[in-house]
Design a protein around this ligand. Structure first.
Ligand code: FAD
Length: 330
């Protein structure tokens, strides 16, 4: 079987949150393929993934390599590494993009290590060098204070993970033509040293910001876990969800899944309300895709006001109850 695409993206279709993150990767990957004049391949991995394979074509893949097997129904590190190593060895792509989900962050370094190649983690911008082949991987560095562009000069495949939420999915074109190639000969790891006995989910594990139009976020300015409950009340009153700064997450006021920013989620709501959040560069890295930012902060010089469309200078512990009162009277 001949596979012409040299630029590949991995779509881990084990749960909607991972599938969405993988489909999102087709946006920058399609641009890379167009810039280099090459076709684009998606590797869709999971169990019963026919629909995802069709979506990948509609969203920009020219070829879809389908790894469909009950062993891929749930993510298991060594099983995925084994199958993908074989695939990369057999078809030798020049680049591989993986979503920086918790699974992608586990999988990508192991694969890169097997191929003695470089891995640029957590990229937010991608482009192609003049040679038409080398990817320029750009990611925040030095605590988010500068953007570093990294290249993998010699080893192939060049690999990178891309932050979920940074790119938006393209508009699907159901008429788009593409080739779907099942790979039934993919090897399945039978004697893994790791056996999954039980899967446990922690507090907040199932939470996602995906598709949420309103996010009410709280920071250290909320001052205690009890007072942080105002954030939950305001989010509920506005039909939104709760976000948080890393400060609030570190205090244990809210689970990590709600953290917004460089080391948390990248969000794209219609409205983002930051309450008692200073607006550190690492927090702002997660909200640049928000349509409207509203800030409530007692310090008129807080950096959050430099990016806010609307600002309230005041004590969030008084302003939020006033807002809740006003909303309850509507
Ligand atoms: P603070 O900076 O302490 O700000 C609290 C704000 O509340 C202040 O502006 C204050 O004026 C205001 N305030 C106080 N009392 C009130 C009141 N009663 N009413 C209204 N306002 C009040 N941070 C993130 O958020 N997300 C990340 O993903 C992230 N990743 C990071 C990654 C790295 C590598 C590093 C180095 C840092 C990262 N940080 C991240 C941390 C970041 O630098 C800040 O420390 C953090 O965002 C501060 O949280 P905060 O705004 O809640 O707290």
């Amino acid at each position: 079987m001949t596979i012409t695409s040299k630029i590949w993206v991995l779509i881990e279709a084990t749960a909607p949150v991972f599938t969405r993150a993988g489909l999102e990767l087709l946006t920058p990957a399609r641009d890379l393929a167009d810039q280099s004049g090459q076709p684009l391949a998606a590797v869709v991995m999971g169990c019963h993934v026919e629909e995802t394979a069709r979506q990948a074509v509609a969203l920009g893949a020219d070829e879809v390599l389908v790894l469909d097997h009950p062993a891929f129904a749930q993510y298991e590190t060594m099983c995925f590494v084994h199958a993908l190593s074989w695939l990369l060895e057999t078809y030798r792509p020049s680049s591989l993009l993986i979503s920086a989900t918790e699974h992608g962050r586990d999988l990508a370094p192991r694969l890169a290590c097997r191929f003695h190649t470089g891995l640029t983690a957590d990229c937010t911008q991608l482009s192609i060098r003049e040679d038409g082949e080398t990817i320029l991987w750009t990611r925040p560095a030095l605590g988010g204070n500068l953007m570093a562009t990294i290249v993998c000069e010699h080893q192939r495949p060049q690999m990178g993970t891309v932050r979920p939420g940074v790119f938006t999915q393209r508009t699907p074109d159901p008429q788009r033509a593409g080739t779907i190639l099942p790979i039934p000969q993919v090897p399945i790891l039978l004697n893994s040293k790791v056996q999954t006995l039980q899967r446990l989910t922690g507090e907040g594990d199932a939470f996602t910001f995906d598709g949420k139009d309103v996010i009410v976020s709280g920071g250290l300015g909320m001052q205690s876990k009890e007072q942080f409950s105002l954030i939950w009340q305001l989010a509920q009153a506005l039909g939104g969800v709760v976000g948080a700064s890393r400060g609030a997450v570190h205090e244990g006021w809210v689970p990590y899944a709600h953290q917004v920013g460089q080391s948390g989620a990248t969000v794209r709501p219609k409205v983002y309300i930051a309450c008692g959040i200073s607006g550190a560069v690492q927090h702002l890295a997660g909200i640049s895709g928000a349509d409207t930012v509203i800030a409530i902060n007692s310090d008129p010089d807080a950096p959050i006001f430099q990016v806010a469309d609307y600002g309230i200078v005041g004590d969030a512990l008084q302003v939020i109850p006033d807002l809740l009162d006003a909303l309850s009277q509507q």
